[in-house]
Design a protein around this ligand. Structure first.
Ligand SMILES: [Zn+2]
Length: 127
């Protein structure tokens, strides 16, 4: 079974080889999403939470794969994982566990993003 993750640049559409790029999320956008979540929670503290309402709120910050050379805006505070360190499904599992220790990752689309990229599957449901 091949568990290699092929990364493609979101900017130019070409493959990203090891050493050429990284997977990144915008730190400023994550902070803003966290601020909105905190604000929303303080407003809804006493009332019943409408699930649809909550779904509106969680507009998540998107991860991107990008070449070093293609990044239009590499900024201080952005979170970056070099593709060398995210080349297999095992790496993806390791990063997922690591990132979930950091609360801010919930403000991003990491889970669905990496699930698709790593081709994550479950062999059989519990049903
Ligand atoms: Zn590129």
């Amino acid at each position: 079974m091949n568990d290699t993750i092929e990364w493609t640049c979101d900017e130019c559409g070409r493959a990203i080889e090891n050493g050429e790029g990284y997977v990144t999320v915008n730190g400023a956008e994550v902070k803003e999403a966290q601020r909105q979540t905190a604000e929303w929670k303080s407003k809804h503290r006493t009332s019943t939470i409408d699930v649809a309402d909550y779904a509106d709120l969680t507009s998540t910050v998107k991860w991107q794969a990008i070449h070093n050379a293609c990044d239009p805006r590499s900024e201080l505070g952005d979170f970056i994982i070099d593709v060398d360190r995210l080349g297999t499904a095992r790496h993806a599992l390791g990063w997922t566990l690591e990132l979930h220790r950091m609360g801010w990752v919930r403000a991003t689309n990491w889970d669905s993003y990496i699930k698709v990229r790593a081709g994550a599957t479950m062999s059989r449901s519990l049903a």
